[in-house]
Design a protein around this ligand. Sequence first.
Ligand code: SAH
Ligand code: SF4
Length: 340
Amino acid sequence: MINLKGLDLGELQALVSQMEEAPYRAGQIMRWIYQRDVEHFDEMTDLSKELRHRLSLCCRIERIQVEAEERSADGTRKFLFRLHDGAMIEAVWIPDGARRTACVSSQAGCGIGCPFCATALGGLARNLTAGEIVDQVLALSRLTGERITHVVFMGMGEPFANYQQVIKAARLLTDPLGYGLGARHITISTSGIVPAIRRFAQEKRQFVLAVSLHAATDDVRDFLVPLNRKYPVAELLAACREYTASTRRRVTFEYVMIRDVNDGLDQALTLSRLLKGMLCHVNLIPLNPVPESGLDRSRPETIHRFAHVLREAGIAVTVRRERGSDIQAACGQLRRSRAR
Ligand code: SAH
Ligand code: SF4
């Protein structure tokens, strides 16, 4: 049985041509899957009964299953989903004004091992398929009854360690026959896989790039993002500069504020020097503490001082407003708490 969710137009065209059907059938099927989110072929009412029957013999349209849900007082809803093989992933629905953001996972678990992150604790189970990634968006909109307007790859996993499926999912989400989002409404966050950033700069669609920097010096970043030993700060920032030069798009740097680890004046000053003049934006994120890590969040006044130093250097800074902290919204935390 072929799972049609995750196939693009070319793949659906190949399938319908094998079935000796007209090529335009592929576009019809694609809309039923990604725009109308149907589960059964019977629902595809503009296809002949005969074709629907033949499709049902060889194909299915898989859905991820809700295992648990938590709701925050601020409206944020977090879901634990079970995949067909029992793997568990999290996705978060974040309403904000007219925006409906889906925060999706790219892998079950993660192999990067950042010590402050709950996802890291279980290691990597496996990569998700494009279909499983897209279905998180469909499921969030199905469960809330509202269309998703923005997608951020900030759930479990390192998107660029699963590059092909992540980009395929992002393309399906932006395809006019797919979910139909604007490319600028899709943000992909990476812990800093340098060759993948270079590859990403060549993508035709202009998805937004976010880079988890979290430190300005290699000694601190080696600890917070172990991948730094492979791609140190200077190399990472060089790749980001190439990206902004070739795409003329800014990079968002994420910086998790962790008390007495990366929130000192020295880090702020070094960061200002490194980023000065670069087409970028810094997002300071107060740590959502994971009990196992022993790490704490920075004090509000420390965060403001840090932001002030960057602004003085002419760097655009925002401090992330916390969402869903009462429901363990830092990704990996819900799965973790259920596993105990
Ligand atoms: N693996 C990718 C994307 C998923 S994590 C990456 O690391 O960029 C998305 C963002 O959430 C990253 O910036 C990550 O550092 C941050 N994050 C992870 N755990 C967190 C926590 N406990 N509190 C606050 N932010 C966290
Ligand atoms: Fe993986 Fe990102 Fe968590 Fe680091 S912060 S362990 S890269 S999911």
